[in-house]
Design a protein around this ligand. Sequence first.
Ligand SMILES: [Zn+2]
Ligand SMILES: [Zn+2]
Length: 231
Amino acid sequence: MDYDLHIHSALSPCGDDEMRPTNIVRMALLNGLSLISVTDHNSVSNQQAMAQAAKTYGIAYWYGVELQTKEEVHVLGYFRNEADVEGFDTWLRTVRDTTVNRIDHFGNQYLLDENDEVLGQETDSLILSLSAGLNECVAQIKKAHGNVVLAHVMDRKNGILRQLAFIPKNLNFDGIEITQTDQRETLIASYPWLSKKTFFLNSDAHRLIDIHDAGQTMSEEEIEAFWRNEP
Ligand SMILES: [Zn+2]
Ligand SMILES: [Zn+2]
């Protein structure tokens, strides 16, 4: 399956206002993708609408989120069941900063339905870090039967190597996100045990035009192995 598992909807403050469920799904199909996930910052409030739009248009969907931990590390969480993501949301709301988002400065945080209609705004500022640390965030994703992927590990301000300067071996994660194919080799040279993890190359799209074309592929077997935590 050709995938892109790191896309932001207009709920993320940095996500373009046109990043709405049906728009995202239609662009993904146009690009030849068959599996997607929207991973908004510190919120899962658009997940139901995304899953519904994906179902309507016949593209596989994983529920997703991109957490910003207390250490400012970005961690992706994936879930396969609506009940699991709802359970996770209950915890997430207890560790989110309730400072009100400044729309004029950070952008809209649209709550959307599956037909791309705006239902309102998330008022909590999603750009701020959670009060939970990396270990707790990972543990809570796991507790909700989710899988954990460390986001853009070698890149950008919030990759784990920028924030912590190393990847802890005892952290219970399942996958690693890279932004260039050759980063896999570089990472395994420093951390040989990473060869047992699943590697992903996603777009981190904040605009429709940045959603990946087909080309990053996982077989059904690789996907099942990822969910069984045995790549
Ligand atoms: Zn990120
Ligand atoms: Zn992102």
